[in-house]
Design a protein around this ligand. Structure first.
Ligand code: FAD
Ligand code: S2G
Ligand code: ZN
Length: 476
């Protein structure tokens, strides 16, 4: 972290005392107050292993009441805290920067209810996404989001980061599929907005403030999510294309010919594919292409869906300069393998060494121009410049790798890449949030007055600034 943020100073928070530790033990029980340095270490290091904090204490509460009592104590004592779910966040938001106390939601993992008729699932924040999707499947439902991190990320963290993922194209964002939530505010007060109603137009929709707040406005403890019916038929086409224009033309065709059953449209460039093949030993069923596309359909009638998908593939293959190669997953194994080529890119890039990650929204026509521009700018300085992502959402994942952190490479990338995005009215963070790493670029995507209103809201809800300090809002 010091490599990335040499300038940030520890805020005027209290230091932890033995009396604090005893108070926490009285709240959650000694077994759930972690002081052992080795055990605490993993809670201080982020998934990318780039950020490493100096937190000395991890608390693992079981109930909302315990979270409330902990936060009330911390607020009174001005002890800084960082909420942590699955710790799969990619912007340094989930780990301490200095000695903040980690409040882990991992023990708050009860599924509270699923209504198979309305599709409403109510769960505690610490439920792992994949676990909830399994529970939903048992009722003929599915979670409205899917991420490569599903095996570890928790629904509380998904809400806090307003995670997008592979299904957003079809099911929208959590802002639309979250009906209610309960949270503990930085003063320790419990905010109960846990409705399960689809319509409730009574006053300001405060839950939306907490969604995407990355743990800076409170700790989400429960959520009510609207789950779609689990599709009876899911098909996956994997195409090889030789230009980004062909990727755009194929997407246009997919929207027109697959229409309502299109559930995901992801692209992978040749550098990304090389990384998963070389670094993870995964095989690609197609030959060498400049781009690969995964087009997934989810519907209720296999014959109908296959007919539409076959028709789409035929038109794409017959269109000049479009896809030159393609295959359709024939069974669950092939389906999972094709998706792993996309979902494991981030893991494959980590094998190169240090990963500089950029998650941006851009007008579709600009998406690959940025990759080519940066590839030229960094020519010879990096192992790889990889471009892939959620094309349907206009969301590019642009990653560079070097054997180890290189300050000169970072200087070549930032702020240039963010200026380039800002000049094309894109967003410097499409779905991962700002966390620690990108907070100083918030004004590249938000007007100054809007940032000032955010700071007012933060001051109102967190008067002592103890909730995940140094994150999201620039540290003025
Ligand atoms: P954490 O990493 O623990 O925390 C993330 C942030 O939320 C932190 O700021 C933390 O303080 C805060 N937080 C956590 N829990 C709570 C809570 N209960 N209340 C309040 N604040 C809380 N993200 C996407 O959007 N789309 C993707 O496609 C995607 N794919 C990924 C693939 C891989 C392999 C990996 C490693 C990550 C991916 N991510 C993706 C990023 C990450 O998984 C998401 O941001 C996820 O939502 C984080 O959930 P988490 O439980 O791990 O949260
Ligand atoms: C994805 C997470 C990993 C990355 O794979 O969709 O959101 O590489 C990303 O940024
Ligand atoms: Zn993503």
């Amino acid at each position: 972290t010091t490599e990335i943020h040499p300038g940030i100073k520890r805020g005027a928070f209290s230091q932890l005392t033995d009396a604090d530790v005893s108070a926490f033990e009285a709240i959650v029980g000694g077994d759930h107050v972690i002081k052992d340095a080795d055990e605490v270490l993993s809670y201080n290091i982020d998934w990318l292993r780039i950020c490493r904090g100096q937190g000395q204490l991890v608390l693992r509460p079981k109930t909302t009441e315990e979270v409330s009592a902990i936060v009330r104590h911390c607020n009174k004592r001005r002890l800084a805290v960082v909420p942590q779910g699955g710790n799969t966040g990619l912007v340094g938001g989930s780990v301490p920067l200095f000695d903040e106390i980690v409040i882990s939601t991992s023990r708050m993992n009860s599924l509270l209810s699923i209504d198979p008729v309305s599709g409403v699932l109510v769960a505690e924040a610490g439920c792992v996404l994949e676990q909830l999707d399994r529970e939903a499947a048992s009722q003929g439902l599915m979670m409205p989001l899917d991420l490569g991190a599903k095996g570890s990320c928790q629904i509380g963290g998904n809400l806090a980061t307003n995670a997008g993922g592979l299904r957003l194209l079809r099911y929208g964002s959590l802002r639309g599929t979250t009906l209610g939530l309960e949270a503990v505010l930085p003063t320790g007060q419990v905010l109960d907005c846990l409705t399960t109603l689809r319509k409730d137009n009574t006053g300001y929709d405060i839950k939306q403030l907490l969604i995407g707040s990355e743990g800076t406005l409170g700790i989400i403890t429960k959520a009510a999510i609207l789950c779609p019916a689990r599709p009876k038929s899911v098909q996956l086409a994997f195409l090889g294309l030789d230009s980004f224009q062909a990727v755009l033309d194929t997407y246009r065709l997919a929207r027109r010919s697959l229409g309502e059953i299109l559930s995901a449209f992801e692209f992978i460039d040749s550098e990304s594919m090389r990384a998963v093949k070389k670094n993870l030993g995964l095989s690609c069923p197609l030959g060498e292409h400049s781009f690969y596309v995964l087009a997934e359909t989810s519907g209720s009638n296999e014959t109908h869906d296959r007919e539409k998908l076959d028709g789409f593939i035929e038109s794409v293959m017959s269109m000049d300069g479009c896809a030159t190669d393609g295959t359709v997953a024939q069974d669950a194994g092939q389906f999972a393998h094709l998706w792993s080529l996309r979902e494991r890119i981030v893991e494959s890039l980590l094998v190169d060494g240090y990963e500089y990650k950029y998650d941006v929204s851009l007008p579709l026509a600009d998406i690959y121009r940025l990759v080519e521009h940066m590839r030229t700018r960094l020519d010879g300085r990096v192992i790889r410049t990889a471009g892939y992502g959620h094309l349907g959402d206009g969301n590019l994942h642009l990653n560079f790798t070097t054997p180890k952190f290189d300050a000169k490479v970072l200087e070549l990338i930032e702020p240039h890449v963010f200026d380039w995005v800002r000049d094309r009215r894109g967003s410097v963070s499409a779905e991962h949030g700002l966390g620690l790493k990108k907070s100083q670029y918030i004004r590249h995507s938000k007007a100054d007055f809007a940032v000032r209103v955010m700071a007012e809201v933060k001051r109102l809800l967190d008067p002592n600034g103890i909730m995940n300090p140094y994150k999201v809002l620039p540290d003025e």
